[in-house]
Design a protein around this ligand. Structure first.
Ligand SMILES: Nc1ncnc2c1ncn2[C@@H]1O[C@H](COP(=O)(O)OP(=O)(O)OP(=O)(O)O)[C@@H](O)[C@H]1O
Length: 253
């Protein structure tokens, strides 16, 4: 029997008179990659930010690793890793300086070079954050989520704006982090990404979960309902052509 590391029950979030999250419930199992998918404004970031202790809920219960959000937010903070948006970093500091700064904030001893190596940025250790490419910035921000050796990492649209190579490279990084035992919660607008990475997916629409299952089961369920794609799927797509022609290696250096 899988153990839930996150339990969300009847979570509600109102922004003034607008109900952005309408009483959702779900569990994330320890060790899985769990995806939150949904159109713009569905309530994904709001839900994540509440679990991350960064936003107040209106009602409902959240527990992370057995800690109740209302009673033990500090314990929750200490065992999670949250990806900051790029604007959260001092642009003029080098990557080594930024890792040291974060390590200090978390009161952690970190081998900054080792950490940069895990995200393939050791050659950029002395570069300033502002001088990184988009993919490098994203990889660095994933690295910073690992500084406090978290049990759960939250990634909010980590590959938005990346080229196909950088995106696939980040997918492998996320799998590696997960393979080392870290539970990952991810939001994305890319269905191929969700299909490739996620063990289970919750599809959120207008503040409600409309489906929750493995990608395979969700697809099988749709097919069983009589759905058929209007045209034959080719054995490759345009992205395959692009990767085939331009190679799998990162191009940002
Ligand atoms: N601080 C806020 N004040 C008022 N309304 C907000 C606030 N933050 C979000 N909302 C509204 O709540 C709803 C859910 O927003 P949220 O950012 O959680 O959606 P999302 O699913 O993450 O969307 P996206 O895919 O665009 O990031 C939206 O209608 C949004 O306009």
């Amino acid at each position: 029997m899988a153990i839930p590391i996150i339990t969300v029950s009847n979570l509600v979030k109102d922004y003034d008179n607008f109900r952005a999250v309408k009483g959702i419930s779900f569990e994330v199992q320890e060790g899985e990659i769990f995806g939150l998918l949904g159109p713009n404004g569905a309530g994904k970031s709001t839900t994540l930010e509440i679990i991350e202790t960064l936003r107040k809920k209106t009602s409902g219960t959240v527990t992370v690793a057995g800690f109740n959000l209302d009673e033990r937010p500090d314990e929750i903070k200490s065992i999670i890793g949250v990806q900051l948006q790029a604007s959260g970093y001092y642009p003029g500091l080098s990557l080594l300086q930024l890792v040291d700064l974060f390590a200090g904030l978390y009161n952690q001893q970190v081998n900054a070079m080792e950490l940069l190596k895990t995200v393939n940025l050791e050659e950029k250790a002395k570069a300033k954050f502002k001088d990184l490419s988009g993919g490098q910035k994203q990889r660095f921000s994933v690295a910073t989520t690992l500084i406090n050796k978290p049990k759960v990492v939250f990634l909010d649209e980590p590959t938005t704006g990346l080229d196909p190579q950088a995106r696939r490279n980040l997918w492998e990084l996320i799998r590696k982090i997960n393979g080392e035992g870290t539970t990952v919660i991810i939001t994305t607008h890319y269905m191929d990404e969700a299909e490739y990475l996620c063990n289970r997916i919750a599809i959120v629409d207008s503040g409600e979960i409309v489906a929750l299952d493995t990608p395979d089961n969700l697809i099988d369920h749709l097919v069983a309902s009589g759905f058929e794609r209007p045209k034959q799927v080719k054995k490759a797509n345009l992205e395959d052509v692009f990767i085939q022609l331009t190679g799998k290696n990162l191009r940002e250096d």
